[in-house]
Design a protein around this ligand. Structure first.
Ligand code: HSE
Length: 408
């Protein structure tokens, strides 16, 4: 019998409780022994909920109980989660977490403690919700030199962009619904400003390079500036705007970023809609691989957490995770080549000559009903060159990167 404790009874914590109760037989079978939730820690009370029988408010009860071999941390945020997790590991208890903020900020230190104590620190649910991408990178795609990972790693913003494009929802309505569905972070700015996706691409980059990627150094742009007008232009062009998190090896070094990107129909992430996430991985011998599934929400996230619990019960000794404390140097985005979409005020007749002077040949676009402005897409060029032209363009309203996989 393996006894576990769950820290936090919010969306994910209650999901972990539900998944274990619903699938108890299969969970026990896959773990090779019975798994019992001995404690749930939360500051709140839950009158009428069966969890009350095992609810505790004092973390020391869990920490000092030698029967608890696995601690599940699903509280979110760096503190007090970091202190709780570190102390659990130091006491010889394996930890499974869904907490991106914690893993991105403290991952290498916690991985090191787990290694020294010969136990495990697992964090499958921290990226991609229910998609098993962490274990895949750590244990499966190990024969490859990974050249690129790009993905839709935030369910909230993907849901919002889908509803804004398909149903014409306003930004605020889409966000409110994503919150009601349990997709958004406690502070949804982490989703819409891109920080959640940024932490996730930093975690994936750390795993495939083996070095620590400081998420604060990853160029990050969220979706708050994406307007209904931008989406109309994208539709007119047959493109979709998605919040893409990407990390790739280039001649200048490894570049990582999060930003809204216009995707063509041929892009592997084009059809990833609603709360779904997908991770595209390119290895030097594997070529491309795609991992696709439920990216946020109570039960998909809990499914990944419980799979970690099962792995921790099955593997009492440490499974090595390649993620050292040494910092990874990130190269600037300046040399990355792609096309850019620009909206500019004025008419094509009066502005096109100047646009051509700054960017060369472009493809122009006009959306019926949007007067006093037009849009254009540049040829493939590096970001630095584009920025020089953009800064000199009078009346520029907005620019969005366009992916040109096949044109590079
Ligand atoms: N807020 C996150 C998202 C939850 O929307 O993807 C899953 O990490």
């Amino acid at each position: 019998m393996a006894k576990i404790a769950v820290l936090g009874y919010g969306t994910v914590g209650s999901g972990v409780y539900e998944v274990i109760k619903t699938n108890q037989t299969i969970v026990n079978k896959n773990a090779g022994e019975d798994i019992e939730i001995k404690y749930v820690l939360d500051l709140r009370d839950f009158p009428g909920d069966p969890v009350e029988e095992i609810l505790v408010h004092d973390y020391d009860v869990i920490l000092n109980d030698p029967e608890v071999s696995v601690v599940v941390e699903v509280m979110g945020g760096v503190e007090p989660a970091y202190t709780f997790v570190k102390n659990a590991l130091l006491k010889g208890k394996s930890v499974c977490t869904s907490n991106k903020a914690l893993v991105a900020a403290k991952g290498p230190e916690l991985i090191k403690i787990a290694r020294e104590k010969d136990i495990n620190f697992f964090f499958e649910a921290s990226v991609g919700g229910g998609i098993p991408i962490i274990r895949t990178l750590n244990l499966c795609l190990t024969a490859d030199d990974i050249e690129e990972i790009s993905g839709i790693l935030n369910g909230t913003t993907n849901y919002m962009l889908t509803k804004m494009a398909d149903e014409g929802w306003e930004f605020d309505e889409a966000l409110k619904t994503a919150q009601e569905l349990g997709y958004a972070e406690h502070n949804p700015e982490a989703d819409i400003d891109g920080w959640d996706a940024c932490r996730k691409i930093a975690i994936l980059t750390s795993l495939y390079t083996g070095k620590n990627t400081d998420y604060e150094k990853v160029y990050t742009e969220g979706i708050t500036k994406v307007s209904a007008r931008d989406i109309k232009y994208a539709k007119e062009l047959g493109l979709k705007i998605k919040l893409i998190a990407e990390s790739q090896k280039t001649e200048a070094g490894l570049v990582a970023m999060v930003a809204p990107i216009m995707l063509k129909k041929t892009h592997p992430l084009y059809n990833v809609e609603n709360v779904l996430n997908a991770v595209y991985v390119r290895g030097n011998v594997l070529g491309p691989a795609m991992f696709f599934g439920s990216g946020a929400g109570k039960l998909p996230t809990a499914s990944a957490v419980v799979s970690d619990v099962i792995a921790a019960v099955k593997n009492r000794s440490n499974i090595k995770v390649e993620w050292d404390e040494e910092d990874l140097n990130l190269a600037s985005l300046g040399s990355v080549k792609r096309s850019f979409f620009v909206r500019v005020s004025g008419s094509e007749d009066e502005k096109l000559k100047r646009v051509n002077e700054l960017f060369g040949e472009v493809r122009t676009v006009k959306v019926p009903g949007l007067d006093g402005e037009f849009g254009f897409i540049t040829k493939v060029m590096c970001e630095d060159d584009f920025n020089v032209g953009y800064d000199m363009l009078d009346g520029a309203i907005r620019r969005i990167r366009v992916d040109n996989v096949e044109d590079k």
